[in-house]
Design a protein around this ligand. Structure first.
Ligand SMILES: [Fe+2]
Ligand SMILES: [Fe+2]
Length: 139
């Protein structure tokens, strides 16, 4: 995964790494005509991982008191909606490339725009909470 995507929150970084690998394998099966039969399975796996990842992130944001949590949740929902639309109305194989690009852009865009913003708040939170507070200095 590109260094610019690394947020510095180990659990979330590990999940993003796994997501990137799945997005890459999805791209691969979409572009190779002989592997088109694997698209549905690849989308199912990516969808499952995203559901788990988003739940983790949302619990994390709640824990740190992230003010933009409702907005971030909407973004997550928007990404999941693409998958749900696909599962409800699977496109013709000829439209897989459009679908693949949309998913790739949304999943990677989610990391760049929204998670990076959340990270700044998380880092400030961790800094504040790791510093001793309310204790009197020894004299
Ligand atoms: Fe994320
Ligand atoms: Fe997120």
């Amino acid at each position: 995964m590109d260094a610019k995507y690394i947020l510095g929150i180990p659990e979330i970084d590990a999940q993003h790494e796994e997501l990137h690998e799945l997005v890459n394998s999805l791209r691969e099966v979409i572009t190779r005509k002989d592997q088109r039969h694997l698209v549905h399975q690849a989308l199912k796996r990516l969808h499952q991982l995203l559901v788990t990842h988003f739940a983790y992130e949302e619990a994390f944001m709640k824990m740190i008191g992230y003010a933009d949590l409702p907005q971030h949740k909407k973004t997550h929902k928007g990404v999941l909606n693409i998958f749900e639309n696909y599962f409800d109305h699977p496109p013709e194989p000829g439209d897989y490339e459009i679908l693949g690009k949309m998913i790739t852009d949304k999943v990677l865009g989610h990391v760049m725009e929204h998670d990076v913003k959340m990270t700044e708040v998380a880092k400030a939170h961790m800094k504040t909470n790791s510093a001793p507070r309310g204790r009197k200095q020894k004299t």
